[in-house]
Design a protein around this ligand. Structure first.
Ligand code: IMP
Ligand code: MG
Length: 175
């Protein structure tokens, strides 16, 4: 079966929005340090682009990889750490950088876990948000785009590990 990707959010719109959100983050943490935590693999492209646009803040990076177990395609809320952080979080301003918040199970669990490591503050920044799908509450401080309940790819997000490199967000369609 052939498939193609229909553009949902073009590259220039994503760039403009990331600059806007990076400015808000710069303002919020001006003169302070901020520890960005990328949730792999989906959050990688977004975190790089976001970090480049943050100014007047001392930025450090760390990376974490998690997998959610569930029946079929839905997440169950059981989150397994595949790769943990390298650095401790104690006393740090932490910003979790995620590709998309869907049911909310992953970040609901993860933010509680990271909070237990004693950061000074912890907030969430996501490229995409599907509020209509939420099952678990997630306090999202920075969200670039709210999207409808469609499976999207590109800008770090995959379908079967494909399409992560697309510079735009799109929807996979089957002809
Ligand atoms: P949640 O626990 O349901 O919020 O799951 C979030 C994770 O599911 C994201 O980090 C993505 O890895 C994946 N995911 C959810 N929706 C999509 C989508 O539309 N495209 C690609 N991955 C998605
Ligand atoms: Mg993800």
């Amino acid at each position: 079966m052939a498939e193609h990707v229909r553009v949902l959010i073009p590259e220039d719109e994503i760039r403009d929005k990331i600059i806007e959100v990076a400015d808000k983050i710069s303002e919020a943490y001006k003169g302070e340090s901020l520890h960005l935590i990328c949730i792999l693999k989906g959050g990688a492209m977004f975190m790089c682009e976001l970090a480049k646009r943050i100014h007047d803040v001392n930025i450090s990076f760390d990376f974490m990889s998690v997998s959610s177990y569930g029946a079929g395609t839905t997440t169950s809320g059981i989150v397994k750490i595949v790769k943990d952080l390298d650095e401790p979080l104690e006393g740090k301003n932490v910003l979790i950088v995620e590709d998309i918040i869907d049911t909310g199970h992953t970040l609901n669990h993860l933010s509680k876990l990271l909070m237990s490591r004693g950061p000074k503050s912890i907030e969430i920044c996501t490229l995409l948000n599907k509020p209509s799908r939420r099952e678990k509450e997630v306090p999202v401080k920075y969200s670039c785009f709210e999207i409808p309940d469609e499976f999207v790819v590109g800008y770090g997000l995959d379908y079967d590990q494909k399409y992560r490199n697309l510079p735009y967000i799109g929807v996979v369609e089957f002809d």
